[in-house]
Design a binder for this molecule. Sequence first.
Ligand code: HEM
Length: 512
Amino acid sequence: MELIDILLLFFTFLFLLWWWRFCSATTHKGSKNLPPGPPGWPIVGNLFQVILQRRHFIYVIRDLRKIYGPIFTMQMGQRTLIIVTSADLIHEALIQRGPLFASRPKDSPIRLIFSKGKCAINSAEYGPLWRSLRRNFVTEMISPLRIKQCSWIRKWAMEGHMRRIEEEARDKGFVEVMSNCRLTICSILICLCFGAKITEGRIKSIESILKDVMLVTLPKLPDFLPVLTPLFQKQVREAKKLRKKQVELVAPLIRSRKEYVESNGKLENDEMVSPVGAAYVDSLFELEVPSRGRLGEEELVTLVSEIISAGTDTSATAVEWALLHLVMEQKIQERLYSEIVECVGKNGEVLERHVEKMAYLGAVIKETFRRHPPSHFVLSHAATSETELGGYRIPKDASVEFYTAWLSENPEMWEDPNEFRPERFLNGDGVDVDITGTKGVKMMPFGVGRRICPAWTLGVLHINMLLAKMVLAFKWLPIPNSPPDPTETFAFTVVMKNPLKALIVPRSIYPS
Ligand code: HEM
């Protein structure tokens, strides 16, 4: 090693040390009385300890919970993560002291490419912008009246879904559940957002690009060590290219809807099927948000994209996991089938008002969410000001991560938690579950408190309808010599590593 190399190394080390101290001083104002946590290395904290384990972050957390219990700290480079795992502390933070823990941490530079100025419901900090966006979404897209008005969109999409799976079974001999459910749910959400029925090809392009956006925005090294950002310029360039593609795909739909709205519905446009005022984006054209005024096209692209992304994978994943259990445990499928037949008849049509009455269907879906929560954490939260939780200090700019998967795995709260047993929600340890967490948290697939998923009833409606229609029309069976594989993998939501493929036999020809 030459002298110059040694000097360079020395000054780099000094610089990093100075930078670390500077960051610690400005971001943490001293790390006194943070929750305990694994001892870290200088400068990088626990970051490389996690990376070197070469397994998903949630497995690391699963093990650390056993050592550090209900609340602990991980110093991931420059970011402080406070991990909260106990039901009591989650309830205290998100319900009893809800407003204090309702904010979001700073976004990474790559995430900011996809939501300029954090102008999206999921990423906006707790404050007037978030309130205005969320209130508009709730009144314009998911009020009970709007959900009822738009039931024809779900009817149209589900008829297409049933035709498609029948054709797929004829052509391939089996049905791939996830891809079909994603396509159907995505087409419903696109129609709710733009009031437009578009071709399957365009739906698939939007769906695929939004999936890429979700993957590209997952945390990367520079999110924890911003000093490394210059080394990741290629990723930043690729993210910008992806954003450009997303805008090119989504903005034309916004423009044609705008023209249609401005013509008061008189413009000839075969794609536009919802009356003026009934699509989510119509409300965004008019919306004035605090300290920004009217929203620009880029912001509209972000706001509709977040809805399509947030509602597609979460619901499709749940249908896939539920069907996995129905395929593997035919008794459960037959009990569900009997309930559906009892309600609508063998040759009847499942309507939205029917599924609300199907108690066993509800139990199957709740058990699916308990056993396979779509995500193991809710989105990252942050405190609006420095506070304390469980006797420890929570700095304002720490990311507060609620590890919710543990709630539904905890043997102190659930009998045989690894078993799939829908009956527990009819007459067992699930009867008292309040999914909104107001009374206490036992499982929380949608989060709880101020940031609870605003559209969870719509998501559950999609899952209810898909499952009830698919089970009434077909018996679902495993493929001989190729049984379903329940191994999990992480693709934003927790999905099946090998997507579920199943045989379907029309009920009309299946001997019962
Ligand atoms: C059944 C499937 C669904 C599940 C499991 C689910 C789950 C979640 C979770 C865990 C959160 C984060 C809560 C937190 O940060 O504490 C969330 C937030 C959100 N979800 Fe859902 N969701 C579902 C369906 C939907 C649908 C259908 C839409 C839209 C049509 C949607 C839109 C949103 C939005 C906009 C947020 C951000 C809320 C905020 O930050 O204020 N979700 N969802």
